[in-house]
Write a protein that binds this ligand. Structure first.
Ligand SMILES: N[C@@H](CCC[C@H](N)C(=O)O)C(=O)O
Length: 295
């Protein structure tokens, strides 16, 4: 139970928004119920998820990474569930560390449940902390198999792509066909995603340029998903017959999302890089009494 006010910040990456809870020593009690209340857009602060900022050495899941990454992104979805990775989240996490003076521009490593991610904070052309942030997201895994997703009477084949977390990428004729995305699009077979899935709907905008909408596991439709954009870029490249491992040349896709634009580059060694903005918009404190169960 929390007995002191809890510091928080609010930030977003291409409008995928987060409540940031700095907690270096891992002393804040953050059960799923409190995460869901913090993310509530009417009764709480509002967000697609929570970024709990903890020193790796202070968190049992991150301790093995503490030698290479001082900070652990303990990411939670808006419903309180835990996810392995959040691409937009890791950029916003790095921006928070920069703003707090805990890291400078340049390179850093961030521990996540999906492993250690290498992050580069670019120098801002206009000064301050407005430069883009690039994250080396690791390799995409494409398990194969026939997956289908549907919305109403429409059904599409989908590419199963794992970016640390699971994705189903469906190429559609019109993003409107995804409907209101108020509920998770059904998928089959159920065995493809035993832990649920993030579903991306994708249309072409031009050569190596796509647009997408996403329904996120644990958060619903969001304005952007970084891991989703990476999954989409890799699925689009394979569809387009482009494989950097074969050609030896990197392949870059521009991915437009409702909340902004990300650039995704797949390198010949299979690693996927994501570049985009990250913004901190506010900070404050949460009343300790409000965080008590039943409030
Ligand atoms: N918005 C994130 C992904 C967050 C996790 C996802 N909802 C899951 O449960 O896997 C991103 O930017 O990658």
């Amino acid at each position: 139970m929390n007995t002191s006010p809890i510091a928080f910040l609010k930030g977003h990456g291409t409008e995928n928004d987060f409540v940031i809870v700095p907690d270096p020593d891992n002393t804040v009690d953050l059960p799923a119920s409190l995460v869901a209340r913090l993310c509530d857009r009417r009764a709480g602060i509002g967000g697609d998820g929570v970024l709990h900022v903890v020193r790796s050495a202070a968190h049992p899941e991150a301790r093995p990474m503490a030698d290479v990454a001082e900070w652990f992104m303990d990411y939670r979805n808006a419903d309180g569930s835990i996810a392995e990775m959040c691409g937009n989240g890791v950029r916003v996490f790095a921006r928070y560390l920069q703003r707090a003076g805990l890291v400078g521009e340049g390179d850093l490593a961030v521990a996540t449940r999906g492993g250690v991610k290498r992050v580069h904070i670019a120098k801002a052309e206009s000064g301050g902390d407005t430069g883009d942030i690039t994250v080396s997201m690791g390799r995409a895994v494409l398990p194969g198999g026939d997956v289908k997703v549907s919305v109403g009477s429409r059904e599409w084949p989908a590419r199963n792509v794992n970016m640390g977390n699971p994705h189903a990428v469906a190429f559609v004729d019109d993003l409107e066909h995804a409907g209101d995305l108020l509920t998770a699009p059904p998928f089959s077979p159920a065995s493809a995603y035993p832990d649920g899935v993030n579903v991306e709907f994708v249309v072409d905008r031009g050569p190596r340029h796509v647009a997408m909408r996403v329904h996120e596991r644990g958060s619903g439709e969001t304005r952007s998903c970084g891991t989703g954009a990476c999954a989409v870029a890799v699925a689009a490249a394979r569809r387009d017959g482009a494989d950097p491992a074969v050609t030896g040349e990197p392949v870059a896709y521009t991915v437009d999302l409702p909340g902004g634009r990300l650039v995704i580059t797949e390198r010949p060694d299979g690693s996927v890089e994501m570049t985009g903005p990250a913004v901190i918009v506010a900070e404050g404190t949460i009343d300790a009494e409000w965080t008590a169960p039943g409030q």
